[in-house]
Structure formats: C-alpha cells, structure tokens
Design a binder for this molecule. Structure first.
Ligand code: ADP
Length: 577
C-alpha cells in the first residue's frame, strides 16, 4: 500500500474530526474579526460622546464574550485537528513497524539502519505536521484572509482595502523562499551536528583503540574540524533567520504606512470615521500571519510529498521470500535434500553457491567447513528461508521449501549465528526471550549444556544479572554461549550452529558441541565451524571452496585423502588449534 493511500484512508475514517476542527476554526475567526468592529464602535461613540458608561460596559461585555468563545474554539480545533494528526502518527508508526517486521533480510541488506530510523522519525513527524499544522494553516489562512478582507471592504471601501493590502501579497513569496532556505540551512546544521555527535560517540566507544595507537591528536583534529563545520552551519542558519524577521516587519510596515497615509486622509475628509480607521488597522495586522502561512505551507507540503515518497520505500516493499498460498505442513523433520543448487543473491549476478548437492537426515550431525566467503552461511540462510530460492532445489521431507511456510519451518529449524545479539536485559530474559513460565531447571540445563552456567553463577545477580550498556560486560565467548542457550531452551528439531563458538577456546567448543549432541539424541545438528576437531564424530562433512563442494565424507575419510580438509587439519595441528 502506498503512503498516499494510507493518508487517504486515514482521512476517510477521520473526516468528522477535521469537520469539527474546521468549524471551531471558523468560529474563532469570526469572533476574531468581530472584536475590532466593537472596538471601532466604542471609539466612535466616545469620540462623539454619544455613549454612556452603562452602554460601554455592555460593549465590553460583548468583547469578553467573544474572547471566551475564542478560548473555547481554540481549544476545540487544537483538540480535534492536533489530536487527529497525533492519532495518524500512532497508527502509521505501528503500521510501518509491522510492515518492516514482515520484510526479509534482503531488504535490510539494501537499507542502512540510519535510513530506516529517519523514516520513523523525520519523515513520519513531517507528515504529521502536514496533517496537523498544514491542514490548519491551509484552512485557517484561507478563511481568515477571506473574512478579514470582506470586513475591511465593508469597513473602509475596497479602494483603501486594496491599496493597504497590496504590499502584504509580497509576504507569500518572501516567506516561501525564506522558509525553504531556513529549512535547508537547519538541515545542514542537523547533519553536521549528527556527524559531530556520531564521531564523539564512536570515539568514546573506541577510546581503548585511540589510546593504544596514541592517536589522540588525530581524533582531536577530526573533532575540531567537525565542530567548526557545525559552527559555520549554525551561523549560516542564524544569518538567514536574522534577515527574515526584520524583512517581514518591513513589508508589514509599508502596508501600515499606506494605511496611515490614505486612511488618515479619508478620516480628514470624513469619508470614514476614526473608529473605522482603528478597526481597519487591526484587520491589516490580522492579515500578516495568514499571508506568511501561505508561503510556509507551500514549503511544508512539498517536503511532506518528498517524505511520503521516501516512506513508500518501506510501505511498498515486498518480502523477497514469498509465503506459499497453500502451505504443506511438516510435522517432524525427516530430511533436507539440496539438489544442483546454484545461487545468486537477489539483485546480484555472481553465483555464491555452485552446483551444490547435500543431504541431511534426521538425527545426523553434519559439518560444513571452508574458507571465509566460500558460501557456508548462505546455505544456512537458505535453509532458514531468509532469502528466496528457486523451486526444485531445496526439499524438506521431500517437500519443496517454497511450499512450506516460514512459520512452520522456523518451528523446526533454528539458526544460531556468529554475531551475537543480547538485549540490555537480564541473562534470564535474554535466554527466554518472550517465553512464559519457563522452569528454572530448564534454564539451568541449557546453560550447563552451553557451558556458561558456571560463568553466570559467578555474577553477583546470577540469572538476574543485567547485561549490555546498563549492566555487566560479557566476553565474546560468554555472549556466544548465552546465545546458544537461547536456542537450546526452545525445542527445535534441527539446530544450525553457524560458527557460533568462534570466540570460545577450541576445547570448550568441542565439549559444548559433543555434549549437545549426546544429550539431544534424535535432534539434527548442522555445524559450520573452523575447528575441524569439533567434527571428528560428524556423520558427514562438506568442504566448501569458492561456492563448490570440493570434498565430502567423514573426518577420517577426509583426512586420508590429501585434499583441502587434510591440509586445513594439519595446519590447525601445527597452530595448536
Ligand atoms: P561464509 O559463510 O563461507 O564465510 P557467506 O555465505 O557468508 O560465506 O558468503 C558467500 C558469498 O556471498 C560472499 O562472497 C559474500 O560476499 C556473498 N554474500 C553474502 N551475503 C550476501 C548478501 N546478502 N548479498 C549479496 N552477497 C552476499
């Protein structure tokens, strides 16, 4: 769904809020143009001494009534129009987030997270402003200019009204171009500021590296340069707005100047009364803001349109992995077969897997090894349905993977990646993530299996220790083992460990994998690793090189051949791995 359709859909469902808000606006505007009239009358009556004190009090009573009416009206339009735009923000934000969750990793490969964040913050709030402030400005300035102008003509005649009004027309292009310029300069300031704060944050995080390379001077040099750029940008922005305000005042005063000149003459010639003249001046003052608003509005709407186009990149994105219309259900895992698979990532030409044939049966332990970039992770990601694969290449229990729903598949398969991700939360919550009523014994069992139980027990709060920014700093190996425990606590049938123990010492990795295997009979384990010893009991090992499977067999078999595997193994023995 396009962002514009979302907008129209929202307006269709919330039109009455806009109607009520606009009615309140009209009421306020009417009362507002009514007040100068009364003031004008009071002045005239006082001037000609035809009013007594009792009448004066009545008139003032009217002004107060109008003021209370305006108070109520202003509250109401803010309530309806401001409220509607906030509601739009909430609704669209939720929609955008859930849309994002429905997309597959390919989308996130293409979009940087900063860019996505900007959709959620800048673009959404810009659109909210279009719907709130923008709608108000548009309607209010139109009604206001129309009414005030009609009142002015009734008040002093069209000639004087036009002459004094003419200079105010200049406010539209002036505020339009200045609005644009100010916005551009402010955006520069924001950009250079975020560069500065980004660099500061990075330096704080990497302070140990800065120190160990003694590169404080270099860092300071970069900081100083970025701070200077930000300073220059700020000055440029201030310059524009310091010209803008006085310029508006200048244009407005030329209008008052004409009003004084021609209006004064009309009073002298007794064409209009002094009261008319005073009311007329208030009217002119009332026109300044709406005329400026026209200029701002054009700018706001243009930027709103650009924001909508950017939001379309999320709203119109389609998950690359299509869910089957009639999914075939799989109850228990039996086998994976990969047949003549040559794979290119979406939008690329280079094959990263070439003519792959593989077989995994229930209860087996399968090893995948190979140098960095040989395609190991790609196989894991395809088995998890994270990227699209053509039909007739991967079969689970004999069913084409494209006919199995992702949800069903991920009930059975899990992937533990090399990069760990822990939330700033307790260790317990990091393991159970979203599971309810988990038995304490279960948590103990899986952490023991992942060989991280002892470590956790040594922390002051044990399982309730908070990790991450707000809590203890874990070693890479501890993080990886907690991530494994997170996968083990859920009852999957196929575990794919993608080099997820790289930060653990070789003996521990071996111990963890074999104890997982021994205690989880019947489970299927696919291990991607660099440490070949881990695979000595594997049922089958695939050796990948540049996207091809070059060798295949058990540990001993592969060692007896003088191939890639045995060379890798000898090298590891020498290195003590
Ligand atoms: P390994 O796990 O063996 O280190 P990968 O499967 O991660 O290798 O990567 C195999 C090749 O695929 C690499 O050349 C890598 O650059 C490429 N690749 C990995 N992910 C993507 C992606 N999302 N889009 C395009 N190319 C990718």
């Amino acid at each position: 769904m396009k962002t514009s359709s979302i907008l129209i859909d929202f307006l269709k469902r919330n039109w009455y809020k806009y109607l009520l808000g606009f009615l309140a606006l009209v009421m306020v505007d009417l009362l507002q143009v009514y007040v100068p009239r009364i003031v004008g009358k009071i002045v005239d009556s006082l001037n000609t001494e035809t009013m007594n004190f009792a009448e004066l009090k009545i008139m003032i009573g009217w002004i107060m009534a109008a003021a209370s009416g305006m108070f109520l009206g202003r509250f109401l339009w803010r309530y309806f129009l401001g409220g509607a735009s906030r509601y739009f923000l909430l609704e669209t934000m939720n929609r955008m987030f859930s849309k994002m969750l429905s997309l597959t990793p390919g989308f996130f490969d293409r979009m940087r997270s900063g860019e996505l964040m900007a959709r959620f913050t800048n673009d959404l709030s810009l659109l909210r402003r279009v719907l709130g402030q923008g709608a108000i400005l548009l309607f209010d300035s139109f009604i206001m200019v129309l009414m005030v102008f009609i009142f002015m003509i009734g008040n002093v005649g069209w000639k004087l009204a036009w002459i004094s009004f003419a200079p105010l027309l200049l406010l539209v292009p002036t505020s339009m171009s200045f609005g644009r310029l100010i916005h551009r300069r402010v955006a520069d300031v924001q950009r250079s500021f975020s560069e500065l704060s980004g660099f500061t944050e990075e330096t704080i995080n990497g302070i140990r590296i800065v120190k160990s390379f003694s590169s404080e001077d270099v860092s300071f040099g970069i900081f100083e340069e970025k701070a200077n750029v930000n300073f220059r940008d700020t000055l440029r922005a201030v310059k524009v707005s310091s010209v803008f305000r006085p310029l508006i005042t200048l244009i407005a005063s030329s209008s008052f100047f004409l009003a004084l000149l021609y209006g004064g003459r009309a009073v002298i010639n007794e064409k209009i009364t002094l009261g008319d003249f005073i009311a007329f001046n208030s009217y002119l003052g009332m026109l300044i803001w709406p005329m400026m608003a026209y200029g701002f509005m054009v700018d706001l709407f243009q930027r709103g349109r650009a924001a909508m186009r950017r939001m379309d990149t999320i709203f119109t994105a389609q998950p690359e992995v299509k869910e089957p219309e009639r999914p075939v259900k799989i109850d228990h895992f039996k086998s994976v077969i990969i047949r003549d698979l040559t794979y290119r990532y979406p939008g690329t030409d280079r094959p990263v897997l070439k003519n792959i044939n593989m077989k995994v049966k229930r209860g087996e332990m399968i090893g995948i090894v190979g140098s960095v970039g040989s395609g190991k992770t790609t196989i894991a990601k395809l088995l998890m349905k994270l990227y699209p694969v053509e039909r007739g290449k991967i079969f689970i229990n004999g069913v084409d993977i494209n006919d199995i729903s992702s949800e069903d598949l991920r009930r059975i398969f899990t992937l533990v990646p090399q990069e760990t991700f822990l939330f700033s939360d307790t260790i317990r919550n990091n393991i159970t993530v979203g599971m309810k009523n988990v038995d304490e014994k279960e948590i103990e069992r899986v952490t023991k299996l992942a060989a991280v139980y002892e470590d956790i027990m040594s922390f002051p709060e044990k399982f309730d220790t908070v990790v991450g920014e707000r809590g203890v700093t874990l070693s890479g190996g501890q993080r990886q083992r907690i991530t494994i425990a997170r996968a083990l606590i859920r009852d999957f049938e196929v575990y794919i460990f993608d080099d997820c123990l790289s930060a653990v010492d070789p003996e521990t990795e071996e111990k963890i994998i074999s104890s997982i295997r021994n205690s989880m009979k019947g489970k299927t384990i696919i291990v991607i690793t660099h440490r070949l010893k881990v695979l000595k009991d594997a049922d089958r090992i695939y050796v990948l090189d540049d996207g091809f499977i070059k060798e295949e067999g058990r540990h001993e078999e592969l060692l007896s051949r003088d191939g890639i595997y045995s060379r890798m193994y000898r090298k590891q023995l020498i290195e003590g791995g």
